[in-house]
Every structure is written in C-alpha cells, then in structure tokens.
Design a protein around this ligand. Sequence first.
Ligand SMILES: *Cc1c(COP(=O)(O)O)cnc(C)c1O
Length: 395
Amino acid sequence: MNDKKNGSISGASVETVLTHGGREPSEQFGFVNTPVYRGSTVLFKTLADIEAQQQRYLYGRAGNPTTEGVEAIVTELEGAYRTRLVPSGLAAITIALLSCVKAGDDVLVSDSAYEPGRVFCDGFLARMGVTTRFYDPRIGSGLAALMQPNTRAVLAESPGSLTFEVQDVPALAKAAHDGGARLIVDNSWASPLYHQPLALGADLVVHAGTKMFVGHSDAFAGTISTTEAAWADVERTRAQLGFFTSGDDAFLVARGLRTLAIRMKEHQERALDIAGWLEGQDEVMQVLHPALPAHPDHALWQRDFTGSGSLFSVLLAPAPRASVAAFVDGLELFTMGYSWGGFESLCTPVKLGKNRTAKPWTAEGNLFRLHVGLEGVEDLKADLKAAIDRYAKAR
Ligand SMILES: *Cc1c(COP(=O)(O)O)cnc(C)c1O
C-alpha cells in the first residue's frame, strides 16, 4: 500500500486507488490534484542531455503528468501491465485493432460490437488489406471453428451496449490464443470495477472513457490497457499514428475517476431498480439487462462480473413509428442523444439493421436503450410510465 511509484498504489482497494492513485502532491507543490499540463516542447539543458534521451519527458506527444495520472489509475484497476490514454473510445478500438494486424491478416468482431468500430473494420481495415468477419456474440468456444491461420485479433464487447449479450471471455481467449490471435475486450459497460477481462485471459482491454470514467458528458477519452506481451505493439502503433490526449481532457478524466466507485454503485442500483420495475409494465416484452435473472446470459454475467452498469435496453410490443415518437418526444427527464455514462438519464431508440450480419436481430417490437442517471428513481419511473401510456395510446 505504501509502494507509491508514479502515483500508483498497489494492493489497495479499488476505492483507495481511485482516490489516491495517479497523483503525487509532493511533486505539485502540495496541491491535491495534478494540474493540467499543456505543452509540446520539453526542454533539455545540455547537448549531453538531448543525446542521452534519459529525461522523464522528451516531447509532449508521448504524455505528461496529467495524462500519466489517468493511465496509472486505469492500469491498477484493470490489473494491466500498462495503459495508454487516447482521444476517444473509438480511437482505443482502432489503435488496439491496428496494433495486431498487417496486410493479409484477418480479424473476428462480435456482431454486438460498437457500430463505428465495425465501420472502421469494413472500411479502413479492408482498404489496408485486412479482412473482417463478424461472429455471434454468444459463440463462446465455437469461435475456434472460425479461426483462420491469418486471424490475428478477436474483438469482443461484453455485454454489447445495445443488445446486452454477455460474451464468454475465457472461452474466446482460449480460442483466440490457440489460433495465434489476441483478444481485445471493450469493457466500457461494467468498468474495471465490475469486470476485469485481462484476468479472464484477454490481451487488451479498451474503454470509452467518455462514458463512465468522465461521467459528466463533457469530454472525450479512451484507454487501452494491455498485458506485457501486447504492450509494445500498442504503444508503437499509437506513437506512429500520432495520437495524444490533451492535459485538459486528461484532467477531466482524472476528476471523473475520483468518484467512479460511488457513481457506479448508484447507477447500478438505479438501473437495476428501473429494469426490474419495467419487466412488470404494460407493453414491455423483454428487458435486456444481464443482471436480471430472466436474461439469457445471467449465469455467465454472475460468473464473470461483480456488478452491472447504468445501461440496458427494453423491448416494447410492436407498434408503429407514431408510438415510438410519442414515447420519446414527451419524455421530461430522460433525454435523447448518443453516448451515456453522464449524471443525466438518456433514452434513445435503437435501430438494428445493417450492423447485425452474423446474427441478425429478428425480435419484433421497438427497442429503446436507457442510461439511468442520478435523478430520483421514482421521478424516472413516472417519466417512463407516462411514456408507455403515450406509446400504447398512439398505436
Ligand atoms: C461510446 C462507445 C465507444 C466509443 O467511445 P467514443 O469516446 O464515443 O469514441 C466505444 N465502445 C462503447 C461500448 C461505447 O459505448
């Protein structure tokens, strides 16, 4: 616990890592928070210094104390070898994939994965001579049958952030490793507090830090945490592509992380309360939340997760577009927009069309994704109850 190295505290509880990790007040004149370092040029005093390249910082693009503070915390939480802060969650996914492949290689991507990541695979990777195939998120050890000699990366997102299939990370890791590929897991939903894919065999873990880490809908960030074996490829790829996250954004991530544990606890409780309540409401066909006993992957979630996130989907009985509009247009507390993870609740209709190819989405009805924020739970239920009434009436 007293092993404070680069602002990291090993062996401490998650809450202590979040409050004390990644900062060293004695290096900042006693100020509690590492301030925003803004800087490109880092000065060398002598010719010998610039030749030796031994200073802690050489050029701002490789990081500064503000960005490194965030990396130290996430490394500790994920049980990783190291972590890189990158400008967005999407950048975390693209850098992670690029770190694994070269022309002629192949990647396997979960059909439930974040759609812009799929677009990157079908567009950019294809243009670079890398093929992508999509797999059923519930494939588990069946992934082995899809591995080709040139498959170098498997991308999982567990649970998928629209449809909430939980993926069997240990089984995917085994199949990937047996075939000579690395497993990348998008862990944005659970955060490292409730799920640690590296301990289950993953090689790289990515986060949309924009969501729960930042927590206030006011900044973009991503992280890539890796095993020791995967680190050099990730860092080389990031450095060669020139990705750097500003001290200003890093400061907002660090500030969000300080309260991540209590926010996750509150989001979890509220989301579960509302998800369970929704199961008993008119018009509701299914609530897609893996912590509910009725969820098809509940057992897998129980095995591999210690908690659940703010986000889930609800499937309402088939109704025309007018009902969907009546549902969302009249909401007073839930607002509609992309992203999630902030203090405010969101409700967004989900369109699953061309972004499902391996396992097409066939459920009838209208799907809505909810992010449960920090408002009063009863107020949120009243907002949803009124929306359900409008939905039924507009049919
Ligand atoms: C939002 C999101 C991303 C992308 O993060 P950005 O910071 O918006 O680029 C990646 N994965 C998941 C699961 C997300 O929800």
